[in-house]
Write a protein that binds this ligand. Structure first.
Ligand code: HEC
Length: 116
């Protein structure tokens, strides 16, 4: 019995180490996805920077794959207003989110837990 608790802790620690690295909610757009999107790469990169700063002030970064493109089109104008984005910043973040969404990354996966 004395060994049970350390053994369980050891197993938990090993499981934690073996788990895959947490996925990021806001990965860079791959060059091929950027090319397919029709948006320019600089706009997508600015959009990502906005997503990683303005969009995490009130809540964690949402997994783009958790919402459909139509849902994003509804939500983004509301959130852009909450974030006090300029029209240009809103266009950039919208370009970034819709491009990621079309590329299918990151996938919605609640089993993997919250990611930042
Ligand atoms: C001033 C605070 C604030 C900022 C900044 C903000 N949000 Fe939100 N966001 C909220 C609140 C409040 C909710 C509703 C409660 C919740 O789901 O956490 C919400 C909800 C959401 C939802 C879920 C909507 C739904 O219908 O389920 C998404 C997606 C989202 N925000 C994305 C963003 C993005 C992208 C940005 C950056 C452009 C952003 N948010 C910036 C406050 C904010």
């Amino acid at each position: 019995m004395r060994y049970l608790i350390p053994a369980v802790l050891f197993c938990l620690a090993m499981a934690a180490c073996a788990a895959p690295a947490p996925r990021t909610a806001a990965p860079p757009v791959t060059p091929s996805a950027a090319a397919r999107s029709g948006y320019d790469a600089a706009s997508l990169e600015r959009g990502r920077a906005i997503y990683l700063t303005a969009c995490v002030r009130c809540h964690r970064a949402r997994l783009v794959g958790d919402y459909s493109a139509a849902q994003w089109r509804d939500v983004l104008p509301v959130m852009a207003r909450k974030s006090r984005l300029t029209a240009a910043q809103e266009r950039d973040v919208t370009a970034y989110v819709l491009t990621l969404r079309a590329a299918g990354t990151p996938q919605a996966d609640h089993a993997a837990g919250a990611v930042q």
